[in-house]
Design a protein around this ligand. Sequence first.
Ligand code: GLN
Length: 492
Amino acid sequence: MTDLTSLTLAEARDGLATKSFTSVELTDAHLQAMERARVLNAYVLETPEQARAMARAADDKIAKGEGGPLGGIPLGIKDLFATKGVRTTACSKILDDFKPTYESTVTSQLWRDGAVLLGKLNNDEFAMGSSNETSCFGPVVNPWRRNGSDTKLVPGGSSGGSASAVAAGLCLGATGTDTGGSIRQPAAFAGIVGIKPTYGRCSRWGVVAFASSLDQAGPFARTVRDSAILLRSMAGHDPKDTTSVNREVPDYEAAVGRSIKGLKIGIPKEYRLDGMPAEIEKLWTQGAEWLKAAGAELVEVSLPHTKYALPAYYIVAPAEASSNLARYDGVRYGARVPGNNIVEMYENTRAAGFGAEVRRRVMIGTYVLSAGYYDAYYLRAQKVRTLIKKDFEDCFANGVHAILTPATPSAAFGIGEKAGADPVEMYLNDIFTVTVNMAGLPGIAVPAGKDAQGLPLGLQLIGRPFDEETLFSAGEVIEQAAGRFTPAKWWE
Ligand code: GLN
């Protein structure tokens, strides 16, 4: 039998439907692959018993013709999604062994559609990071290595476990969250597809909050089609999240393979950075040519406020984080470190429970929201945010359907290489992705080529609000031209 972990999600779905194999077989194959790949540290919790029980139930339903859109498909879940009765930590010591009494809306929709839970995936602590090195469970290893080297590379972050697991064949797809790039950047580093949908497309209910006005859930998968299949199940209105939008969820898979003839694709000149590696520049030009060959019209566009996006993001996101993380006080969830009085207990708990990056964000956030500084920092950042959004609106008003940019300014880097004294080095990873969160738009990362060292590189397509379909159509054109990227299984 073919290796069941190398199938695409769509192939596995078809194989289950034609009874070529069962969900129990498919799930077991993944559980075994997970055991052999523990060196990657992608899963922080494996749930084999639950997985097998869910797979058996899925097989029963499939036999009755009631499998559902994801019937029997094994998935990994970022540890930021609350899973009922299954430890959920956000990869922070402060949540300890917190077992939610409820299920996030996004994951409950995946189970409703028949999917199987393989386990919880590693991420940066509270999703703060771009390399998955801030997790209390330690760093995740990227399945990709440089040619002729065994240096361990980061998978990107914050959804590093999701990216690594999908690329390494440890699940058929995974959930992620993206506040400033946490789906698209790791997808690019791992040679897979990741989409951050429009803000409001997926419910945030039951997802551990980082920066609520920017956070959005989305899927990771090995193909554009697979990500379209997953998003359809994840998306939809939820009365429990007032920012979720009541709008029909399209059949995203139907957009895969749709012609892009006549689409106007913008190339923003401000994304051409000084000192950008020639390989990224080449990849970008190549991507534009592929889209043109498929019938799209390429136009230069201007997004003049791009240069302010990163500084403004690093005010808005920490401000919201400092407020959201106030709830971890040793009383309501997880860990508690006693003190002589309640204030001391709060202080001891938070000092012991939060890692260095989270503490930095809480301090920045508290500072920019404090009386006297609010107008100078937070209010100004909000104004910049409006201007960034307007740049995109102007562009779309001029008839542009989607915008093509590189996904990241470099390929994956080594573990420890950028986690040094200057946090800004790490923050720069998100230079091409944060604008999209600031504007609330959908963005997809698609693998498009390799660098000279053999590492995958991705391109990003940014769409109009709620027009994920165009991203799937254009993304598939890039995928068809570039081919798929699979790492050698050096860990087996
Ligand atoms: N790397 C960015 C940050 O650290 C974005 C993280 C994310 O999207 N969750 O804030």
